[in-house]
Design a protein around this ligand. Structure first.
Ligand SMILES: Cc1cc2nc3c(=O)[nH]c(=O)nc-3n(C[C@H](O)[C@H](O)[C@H](O)COP(=O)(O)O)c2cc1C
Length: 217
């Protein structure tokens, strides 16, 4: 009898503590998924982010830039997305003078050249998403981008997200060129930043990163 009395008293105490806790929260229960996660339990939004990360896999931002515009965009993307950053450089340096560069670019295109690249190319195995940037030259990508793509026998299971800078051409006809040179690759929506949009790079990158599901936070 005495034992039952003590148990009932204990239960009563627990109920009172429970009521006091509810009152302390203004009589409402806070839904768990809006609270920050503790002790390794993921919140709903954390789960969504980690699912998105799983889908995009590890990201490589690889780019070529002659006068620095594409480099600045590549850095902005890398800042927002994370992953690794790699700059493609041709073995032979290109001239800075526009007219001279134009002649060379035209010749490379007409002759379907594959200019040699400097240094060791990255191993793409760890990456599922390759963000590939370049300037538009005569409505296309520089031929050295084809050299890069041809260096890999397959892009199976990988997605290429192209980005360009240009005077005004946008992606030009570079996508056709990329598709013909990157075997078995999937392609996602590209980002094209023209000369008069360069100042807005950060916000344009932010929008695009969200559209293609590359967000890092
Ligand atoms: C050889 C050459 C060809 C170009 N052809 C085009 C073109 O067809 N359309 C265009 O809008 N801009 C063209 N441009 C401008 C570049 O695409 C633009 O300046 C770009 O932002 C340069 O990027 P970068 O600084 O990363 O090299 C050309 C520039 C060069 C040097």
């Amino acid at each position: 009898m005495k034992k039952i009395g003590l148990t009932l008293m204990g239960m009563g105490l627990l109920i009172i503590i429970g009521i006091l806790l509810v009152l302390r929260n203004n009589g409402t229960f806070t839904p768990k998924h809006n609270q920050p996660s503790v002790s390794g339990v993921a919140t709903r939004s954390e789960k969504r982010t980690s699912q998105a990360r799983h889908k995009r896999g590890k990201v490589l931002v690889v780019y070529m830039s002659h006068t620095g515009h594409t480099k600045a965009v590549a850095r902005a993307i890398h800042r927002q997305v994370g992953g690794d950053l790699y700059e493609l450089k041709t073995r032979e340096k290109y001239p800075q003078k526009y007219e001279k560069m134009l002649k060379i670019a035209r010749k490379e295109q007409d002759q379907q050249r594959r200019p040699k690249l400097a240094g060791k190319l990255p191993d793409l195995k760890p990456y599922r998403t390759i963000v590939l940037g370049y300037p538009i030259w005569l409505d296309k990508n520089p031929m050295a981008i084809n050299t890069f793509l041809n260096a890999y026998p397959t892009f199976k299971g990988k997605t290429i997200l192209p980005f360009t800078t240009s005077g005004s051409s946008g992606l030009g006809s570079s996508l056709t060129e990329l598709k013909a040179n990157a075997k078995h690759a999937q392609f996602g929506k590209g980002l094209a930043i023209t000369a008069d949009e360069l100042d807005d790079t950060s916000s344009l990158v932010k929008k695009w990163v969200q559209t293609v599901g590359l967000t890092n936070n």
